[in-house]
Write a protein that binds this ligand. Structure first.
Ligand SMILES: CC(C)(COP(=O)(O)OP(=O)(O)OC[C@H]1O[C@@H](n2cnc3c(N)ncnc32)[C@H](O)[C@@H]1OP(=O)(O)O)[C@@H](O)C(=O)NCCC(=O)NCCS
Length: 166
């Protein structure tokens, strides 16, 4: 959990400061600077940011509705689910922390915030799924209890039934 005093809120269209955001992964920085506002307007994604006391963006994540083919989930979870071809999910498409704030627990705090938010949405969703950009990112999610989807080690999920609502 984060020790620094960050406030997590929906990205405001007028949020200053996006140009400074530097996660060390240019594609994630470009997305926040150039594309996310359009995705929010088109309802393709929702974006939540961690703000410092001064209003600087220290990290962000995005959420969107998704579905997971039932055969992709492990047998132990499938047994508890109806035999639909796929089950509803929430996808955390992106998660990034600015290099200035890494290693302070913020990535973990954003992940927990996303899980509580997904568990609290009044729409059916069985799992939160994430697309790790590489093996290092997948290790971060495995460290937090996520399970890799059978066919794809870079797609991981966590059952939302195990997450308390906010
Ligand atoms: C991955 C990322 C979000 C982690 O953010 P962070 O704020 O540095 O991470 P935290 O300080 O919250 O770490 C929380 C825990 O995860 C662990 N952790 C962090 N990165 C890890 C990794 N790659 N593998 C395994 N564990 C990791 C930490 O050791 C810490 O463990 P602890 O709670 O037991 O002490 C951040 O490094 C980042 O933005 N990376 C670039 C973008 C990226 O990879 N995004 C991920 C999805 S595409």
């Amino acid at each position: 959990m984060s020790r620094a005093p960050f406030r997590i809120a929906a990205l405001d269209a007028g949020e200053r400061d996006r140009s400074r955001f530097d996660s060390g992964t240019p594609a994630l920085d470009r997305y926040l600077k150039e594309q996310v506002s359009q995705d929010i307007r088109r309802r393709v994604a929702a974006c939540f940011v961690a703000l410092t006391d001064e209003g600087r963006i220290a990290g962000y994540y995005t959420l969107a509705a998704a579905s997971v083919p039932l055969p992709d989930l492990p047998e132990a979870l499938r047994r508890k689910l109806p035999r639909y071809p796929s089950v509803p999910a929430i996808r955390m498409g992106r998660l990034a922390v600015d290099v200035a704030f890494k290693g302070q627990g913020l990535g973990g705090a954003l992940l927990v915030n996303a899980l509580h938010r997904a568990a609290g949405i009044e729409v059916g969703a069985v799992v939160l799924i994430v697309d790790a950009k590489d093996e290092q990112a997948a290790a971060f999610y495995l460290h937090h209890g996520f399970i890799a989807i059978t066919a794809s080690p870079l797609t991981l999920f966590l059952p939302l039934a195990s997450v308390s609502r906010p």
